[in-house]
Design a protein around this ligand. Structure first.
Ligand SMILES: Nc1ncnc2c1ncn2[C@@H]1O[C@H](COP(=O)(O)OP(=O)(O)OP(=O)(O)O)[C@@H](O)[C@H]1O
Length: 234
């Protein structure tokens, strides 16, 4: 990918940002898949009964615009980029998509959500926990400023999903407390801010700290198919 520094070289944040902005702002179909299906109720989305119970128990009655377009493609395993104003329901969109696809019989981390700040990661963890209450989801927030030992204990006991900040998540991967082998879903919330955090970490650590299966900065660009770009305002 043009604009990305090769492995082991200095990360060029400005060049990277420019390339990402160019990619994310393009409306061209050469990069994005189009997807027109809209579901105006949660019931119509084909979600598991216990996920629906969690959604309604959380107080949601009707999906927001981005949820009407975004939950189902997430559930189908499509690569999705959501772009909408703050407070439009993006968090519940990807949380529902993850919760629908987890194998609850396998207590291994299958989904990783990265957020740029501790507060945001903890907030996402709460939403995931609440929506997944009836599914028995085991979710853990892996963020800096908390006990490393406690994180290790919880991860080793087994979780389905981790929501975290890049520094602590990398640390847990490096210590092999978090194993990436079963991770099949990966969400970057606040994409551009996450890349900034990661680029800072990369400049402080050797690239060998990153597990080879977990190449964060390439995730968007290594989508299995052209990503679906969803835009919504309410
Ligand atoms: N379908 C819904 N019905 C009612 N309330 C909802 C619905 N979806 C989300 N909300 C509520 O709207 C608020 C904003 O949602 P959320 O945090 O998911 O938005 P967001 O787009 O992720 O925002 P941000 O970009 O700031 O992270 C939350 O209080 C959430 O509980």
């Amino acid at each position: 990918m043009a604009g990305l520094a090769p492995e082991g070289t200095q990360f060029d944040g400005r060049q990277y940002d420019a390339k990402m902005s160019e990619l994310l702002s393009t409306d061209g179909q050469e990069f994005f898949t189009s997807y027109d299906e809209v579901y105006d109720s949660f019931d119509a989305m084909g979600l598991q009964e216990n996920l629906l119970r969690g959604i309604y128990a959380y107080g949601f009655e009707r999906p927001s615009a981005i949820q009407q377009r975004g939950i189902v493609p997430f559930c189908k395993g499509l690569d999705v980029i959501q772009q909408a104003q703050s407070g439009t329901g993006k968090t519940a969109t990807f949380c529902s998509g993850i919760l629908q696809q987890l194998d609850y019989g396998l207590v291994q981390c299958q989904a990783l959500v990265l957020a740029p700040t501790r507060e945001l990661a903890q907030q996402i963890e709460k939403v995931m926990r609440a929506l997944g209450d009836y599914l028995g989801v085991k979710v853990h927030a892996c963020v800096g400023g908390t006990s490393v030992r406690e994180d290790q204990r919880i991860l080793q006991a087994g979780v389905h999903t981790v929501v975290g900040t890049p520094g602590r998540v990398f640390d847990m991967l490096r210590r092999q407390s978090l194993r990436p082998d079963c991770i099949k879903m990966f969400v970057l919330d606040e994409l551009m801010k996450c890349f900034h955090v990661v680029s800072r970490i990369r400049s402080m650590t050797s690239s060998s700290c990153c597990h080879p299966k977990f190449r964060l900065e390439c995730s968007l660009l290594q989508c299995r198919q052209k990503p679906l770009k969803l835009q919504g305002s309410s």
